[in-house]
Design a protein around this ligand. Structure first.
Ligand code: 4AD
Ligand code: MG
Length: 482
């Protein structure tokens, strides 16, 4: 049976006018014992249900309150009241689920303003709120657009492993995977943990990136992208780090660094434009919320643009492309640095950039998204291609206002001898990565790729400020409920 969603009814109401239809949903508000605002999650908008007392028993009405789940049969009519174009005159109402009204008092389903902290504690109920409904519908649209972008450009979606034997990517601390009985871990003669007896016969971890495996696939399929969960056991309790997040990693044979930057810029703009086109109602809601939030802030901390305006500007303008060396000069000469305003003062070329430096470049100096490239080799991963100057690598980071780094990537070192030397210098185990080195032995080609943190993009698009509020079930240090 085809069930109409509330979104379908509201958007195509002319098709349903004066017909009886059946809708399902949860009560958002119940006014004057007569008007029910019903929502089924398909849209941020509620459908107004008018109780028709000729057909409906008053006793039934007593059991309906906020959060009740209902099945409604009734006629679609043009609305008399202000605020909606269409409503349903209910002829039949069935209460579907029990509602523990006393416990309801302590939940975020109570119709009043709750703090984001409170909402996070009840993450299992967040989906029922306007705010999180909007955030997760937008998150869906972002994910869908990501697949659509790559599919249109003849990339293949590749699933790289979640459990990996390689721990040498250098992207962060790893979570181990084992099925040892932790109270009785086998030891070898020297007393070290005997991983040979573990499930996989070796030490394994949860992946920190699908890149290395992705590269092997790109060396045959040409253009691939991965899109999956990624795990990092770094103890960073910030508003931009998760221990489990979703990363998108395209890898493209025959692309150089400039092609890679072009791809990243096109990609971000496509996804943002898609959300602007497809998520109008949710974005309008988030835009209003964003404006309210700005009003609470001291004037100089307020965003210069509204949320939708910001998204439109990102799509319209070319990202600023700046070398690391130029960026360091700008930072060294900035008033902020000279007056000691940075927590980490910038001292000289070679320094790793902190998020305060990235945000200075993006928000104060250039006032637009910035792509930094050609970083010092020492502060970047072993696989990045060494430039002719012998001190920088063909790396690129895309920096966004309010977020900092949203994408990190590079052209890869395709020359076997240079790659081996880099691995040696950086103490990366070559035996363990024999399969990766093989990709440089049989028709090695220039190639490039990058990684986008999905949640950082969703943060940007929704105007939320804490990354825990844009993933359904956040995993962070000391927190893995639900
Ligand atoms: O810069 P990262 O560490 O790059 C890589 O892992 C490469 N292997 C990517 C590649 O070239 N294929 O991570 C890529 C992006 C970051 O720019 C950031 O957006 C996101 O992943 N990210 C995180 N997001 C949430 N929580 C964390 N702990 C994150 N760490 C990285
Ligand atoms: Mg990075």
């Amino acid at each position: 049976m085809h069930k109409q969603t509330i979104k379908e009814v509201l958007e195509n109401y002319k098709k349903f006018l004066h017909h009886d239809i059946t809708v399902y949903g949860w009560v958002r508000a119940f006014r004057s014992n007569r008007f029910i605002a019903l929502n089924d999650g398909s849209t941020i908008n509620n459908l107004q249900i008018v109780v028709d007392f000729e057909n409906i028993d008053e006793n039934l009405i007593k059991n309906i309150n906020t959060a009740s789940s209902l099945k409604i049969v009734g006629e679609v009519v043009e609305s008399q009241g202000a605020g909606q174009t269409v409503e349903i005159i209910a002829k039949k109402i069935i209460v579907l689920g029990d509602n523990f009204t006393e416990e309801l008092q302590n939940t975020i389903l109570q119709p009043k303003k709750h703090s984001l902290e409170k909402l996070r504690e009840q993450a299992h109920l967040r989906f029922r709120t306007n705010l999180f409904g909007a955030v997760f519908r937008v998150r869906h649209a972002v994910s869908f657009a990501i697949h659509s972008f790559f599919n249109d450009r003849q990339f293949f979606y590749l699933n790289t492993p979640v459990i990996t034997g390689a721990d040498a990517e250098g992207a962060g601390e790893m979570f181990g995977v084992t099925n040892f009985d932790l109270d009785n871990i086998p030891r070898d003669e020297e007393g070290a943990i005997d991983y040979a007896q573990d499930f996989f016969g070796r030490k394994t971890n949860l992946t920190v990136s699908g890149q290395l495996e992705g590269e092997t696939a790109a060396m045959g399929l040409g253009r691939i992208y991965t899109f999956g969960p990624t795990f990092r056991a770094e103890n960073s309790n910030t508003t931009r780090h998760l221990a489990e997040f979703w990363m998108v990693e395209p890898e493209v044979a025959f692309n150089n660094l400039e092609d890679n930057i072009d791809l990243a810029e096109d990609f971000l703009k496509y996804v943002i434009q898609y959300v602007l086109d497809k998520c109008k109602d949710d974005l309008e809601f988030l835009d209003k919320r964003f404006a309210e939030e700005q009003k609470q802030k001291p004037e100089k901390e307020r965003a210069k643009e509204g949320l939708i305006e910001k998204l439109e500007n990102v799509v319209a303008k070319r990202f600023k492309r700046v070398s690391y060396t130029e960026a360091i000069d700008i930072l060294l000469n900035s008033k902020e640095n000279k007056k000691g305003k940075f927590v980490y003062p910038v001292e000289k070329w070679g320094a790793d950039l902190q998020s305060e430096h990235e945000r200075y470049l993006v928000e104060k100096h250039f006032e637009c998204p910035v792509v930094l490239f050609d970083y010092p080799a020492e502060i970047k991963a072993f696989y990045m291609r060494l430039n002719e100057d012998d001190k920088t690598v063909a790396a690129m980071d895309v920096l966004f206002p309010g977020i900092g780094e949203i994408i990190g990537g590079s052209q890869r070192e395709e020359r076997l001898d240079v790659l081996k030397k880099k691995m040696e210098d950086m103490h990366v185990d070559q035996e363990e990565l024999w399969w990766y080195l093989d990709t440089r032995k049989f028709g090695s080609v220039p190639h490039s790729g990058f990684g986008l943190g999905l949640e950082r993009l969703v943060l940007f698009v929704t105007g939320m400020t804490n990354i825990r509020d844009v993933i359904p079930f956040p995993r962070t240090p000391k927190s893995a409920e639900f």
